[in-house]
Unconditional design. Structure first.
Length: 195
């Protein structure tokens, strides 16, 4: 199953994903990009050249590709394929990415981090003000019509700790799993398996 973490810039997507992968044992979908590395600690992506990205795309190595027009040119992002049926995997993506993933993998879920502009601006990474505002405008077009009132989207409005969010998501996923496998549980499958 794929869990897409989405939200405007500065909402804490990378921090939440890092916590879920390192502390909660979720798998991480490798994300490949052509954008330049911001600093030596920028390790959320696999950085490749345009030519390398195109070769991977031609080899059908991605489940999804997104391209963004930036002040520095077009940046490509690709999410690498793997077997998503054996584990819970997390990935960061925008609402369009979420919609496409939901079509391809109907059991997928979405965590939407909804923080106000002032909170996100205070958290702002070391980015140039012009780039921040350009991305904010791009986010407006992506998130202004994002329908979060649908099954499979877990919305967290305001500030929450990563422990709080991942804990609540874990509870929701387990509740859904238990309901889906209710008959197996009632028929003693867990006892037979020694669980």
């Amino acid at each position: 199953m794929i869990i897409v973490i989405t939200g405007r810039q500065g909402s804490g997507k990378s921090t939440l994903m890092k916590h879920m992968v390192e502390k909660e044992f979720y798998g991480k979908i490798e994300q490949v990009t052509t954008r330049p590395r911001r600093d030596e600690n920028d390790n959320d992506y696999t950085f490749v050249t345009d030519a390398e990205f195109k070769a991977m795309e031609a080899a059908n190595q991605f489940i999804e590709i997104r391209r963004y027009e930036t002040t520095e040119g077009v940046w490509s992002y690709g999410w690498k394929k793997k077997n998503f049926s054996d584990f819970w995997y997390v990935a960061i993506g925008d609402p369009e990415f979420w919609k496409r993933i939901k079509k391809k993998y109907p059991d997928s879920k979405c965590i939407y981090l909804d923080l106000d502009f002032n909170t996100r601006t205070m958290r702002r990474p070391n980015r140039i003000a012009d780039e921040w505002m350009r991305r904010e405008k791009a986010d407006d077009s992506l998130y202004s019509n994002f329908d979060t009132d649908v099954p499979g989207i877990y919305t967290f409005t305001g500030e929450h700790s990563v422990e709080e969010i991942s804990g609540k998501v874990g509870e929701l996923l387990m509740s859904e799993y238990m309901l889906k496998h209710k008959n197996d549980i009632e028929n003693g499958l867990w006892t037979k398996l020694g669980l």
